[in-house]
Design a protein around this ligand. Sequence first.
Ligand code: NAD
Ligand code: 6OD
Length: 486
Amino acid sequence: MTEFKHFIDGAFVESASGRSFENRRPHDGELAGLVAEGGRAEVDAAVRAARTALEGPWHKLSVDDRSDLLRAVADGITRRFDDFVAAEMADTGQPRSMMAHAFIPRGAANFKVFADVIKNVSTESFQTPTPDGAGALNYSIRKPKGVIGVISPWNSPLLLMTWKVAPALACGNTVVVKPSEETPGTATLLGEVMNAVGVPKGVYNVVHGFGPNSAGAFLTEHPGVDAITFTGETRTGTVIMKAAAEGLRDVSFEMGGKNSAIIFADADIDQVLDGCARSVFLNTGQVCLGTERIYVERPLFDRFVAALVDRAKTLKPGDPTDSATNFGPLISREHQQKVLGYYERARDAGATVWTGGGAPLLEGALAGGNWVEPTVWTGLGDDHAIIQEEIFGPCCHVRPFDSEAEVVALANDTQYGLATSIWTRDLSRAHRMAAAIDVGITWVNCWFLRDLRTPFGGSKQSGIGREGGVHSLEFYTELRNICIKL
Ligand code: NAD
Ligand code: 6OD
């Protein structure tokens, strides 16, 4: 059984209180380990260590040396690839192929891209006329913001945590991370990599625990934290924003979505099916960018629904280490109950359930896992909870549309604004639609195709700010102007 300890000031430590909580495997419910439960004492120690490192060894490193260290972290993740894959697989229950081909390599890539960004970024300067004719020179410099509190979720733990830690460190900040209580594995392992490649102690700290009245809240409320970056539910973001108001600390928020896919009848149907099926079922629907509302131009509607159902039927739940498995469990029993609750509401409201709609009966060890069936519905009203609320499961509602104006209104009829995908061969229409849908990220004829230099984030209640490439610098540095009278 694994013991997950905090990583504070370069050392793995237990909680002063001796308290810990269970970590269970989502695919079979077996006890995998015990996680140290952090309290105020651990958060205090981590923030202190981060401050000391910020003002000491980390501050003294040149940008080139910092960048080299980030590259070494990326290489360190790659060297320990199998350990990271195993840790994330145990925590999430998702198939090995997805960890090995996407989520873990992306964790390493996050460090590489920001190692490059920080070496290549410039700042602005202006030559300013003055009455005496001599002029002035204005230029700006970037300074790290300080100690950054990083609160991360469980749905792709390493990718989402390093998407924040890498730019934070690249910009010269130090971090205290509170990973999700569901997924302590890879954040802890990253501490070993940090030590192995020589990142100074205190630069990267991890405190495990829960959110409210636990390590998450204690970290976001801590006056020694200069800014907070958070990925998680919109409701949690609201609470964290209140905590950040004390001391007027800056926030960067990546939150929930209720993303649409818009499919025109001229689209390449095979391309649509590959992309849409992936966007609904990948990671068992536990992707913030995942599609839960699909709008299909009427002539293609029946054919699309039947073909999507066929795709859903190819999904094979199983042990994540089995190469035949291509569908994982939900993260927890609690989340399974939430998703099944939506399945029941859809049935009660008279939805047509084309496939799924319940929990599968699995045998042997898998019977103890948090499984739900991939599910496709049609026939619900536009204001039903299934269309309006983020479910975060492997399910979608499909609805026909007849005109561009109608589908734009439908797609925008949500409190969220994270992502959309538009499927059409008509590129003029694609540009028109992309400008009209109120989201932070639009994909045309693809989904979750990422270039890490692009701005990533949500509109409306899906987020505040953008991360990615130079846009991360907006949050992780303070831009200072210097005016020199010549
Ligand atoms: P969550 O909000 O429940 O938890 C996220 C983190 O916040 C966890 O570490 C949790 O312990 C912590 N937390 C909870 N309450 C807190 C509090 N009061 N103070 C401080 N910390 C607190 O989210 P989740 O269930 O882990 O993740 C799923 C959600 O994340 C979904 O809504 C999904 O859409 C969203 N998400 C968004 C993005 C994005 O980029 N927009 C990416 C991934 C996930
Ligand atoms: O690709 C990314 O950078 C990113 N933040 C992905 C988010 C996925 C949500 O589940």
